[in-house]
Design a protein around this ligand. Structure first.
Ligand code: NAP
Length: 269
């Protein structure tokens, strides 16, 4: 897969097929259930400069995400439009996506979401499912729409009848778990890949090749893993609840991995 070596900065965005701008990296929030601590972590991220927050009905934290975003917008006078909030439709709700979306929006306390994703595919998904997301897009309630954990066959099925094609596919993407053929298929169809578990849920931090590359750049293992994703032009969304690690994970725009280092990391796959 082609790497992307253009100058990147924390305010770099990718343009989605909707014409909307998606920040080049963001914050994951799974395992941060609704609580004061979750709200504090998300507030800390926003104050540090994170502008993309990834939540889902399934994570049980839309209330905390919404409260932190609303408080940040009110106190910092940052326009709501500068924060990119994603939430997701769980497959138990495939029969009534509209009700599930309305409930998510109510928990978030927002007027719209920036991205609404189908969290996981299921066999034999009815066309009406994607039509519901298309309607949310047309009504402006979901500024962009997409999918998650979709493979090539599922993407092609949706593309065969979509009026509004999916704009994002959120998939596991890190040096150990990466499907370059899927990522290239997404790119060919103007679908941005968003990379979940970019740190392999910490399991990649102690890999010797990651440590070697990190040492060569005076960076941490986490920073190398996030940078690897950025150079593949995917949108990494590392999760952290610690202000120190949140700050660390943003310091990925002052170094670049060489083609050899990228290949050495790829070989973990
Ligand atoms: P991850 O981001 O790869 O790893 C998160 C873990 O790494 C946490 O335990 C975190 O602990 C730790 N960590 C973060 N920064 C660190 C650092 N600099 N140094 C050391 N440890 C660090 O895994 P993930 O949470 O699975 O994936 C990220 C996000 O992707 C999720 O939160 C979620 O939003 C999304 N996701 C989506 C799906 C899907 O099906 N669409 C599936 C999985 C995940 P601390 O919090 O203690 O820092």
């Amino acid at each position: 897969m082609m790497t992307y070596m253009a100058q990147l900065s924390s305010d770099t965005t990718l343009t989605l097929a909707s014409g909307r701008h998606m920040p080049i990296m963001g914050l994951g929030t799974s395992q941060l259930a609704d609580s004061g601590a979750a709200e504090a972590a998300i507030a800390a991220a926003l104050n540090l400069g994170y502008r993309l927050i990834d939540t889902a009905k399934y994570y049980g934290n839309e209330r905390s995400v919404g409260a932190a975003v609303r408080e940040f917008v009110a106190s910092s006078k940052t326009p709501r439009e500068e924060i990119f909030v994603t939430t997701k439709l769980w497959h138990d709700d495939f029969d009534d996506p509209r009700a599930a979306f309305d409930a998510s929006l109510a928990r978030l306390g927002l007027e719209y979401v920036d991205l609404y994703l189908i969290h996981w595919p299921r066999p034999a998904m009815p066309k009406a499912l994607w039509r519901s997301l298309e309607r949310l897009y047309e009504e402006g309630l979901a500024r962009s729409i997409g999918v998650s954990n979709f493979g090539i066959a599922e993407i092609d099925e949706f593309l065969s009848y979509a009026n509004v094609p999916p704009m994002v596919n959120q998939i596991k993407f890190n040096p150990r778990d990466h499907d370059f053929a899927l990522a290239e298929h997404c790119a060919r169809n103007a679908i941005v890949v968003e990379a979940y578990s970019p740190l392999g849920r910490r399991s990649l931090l102690g890999e010797s090749v990651v440590e070697r590359v990190a040492k060569a750049h005076g960076k941490s293992a986490a920073q190398v893993l996030i940078r690897w994703g950025l150079q593949y032009r995917v949108v990494p969304i590392p999760k952290s609840s610690s202000p120190e690690r949140l700050a660390e994970n943003l310091q990925v725009f002052d170094f670049a991995l060489s083609a050899e280092e990228m290949a050495a990391l790829d070989a973990l796959g």
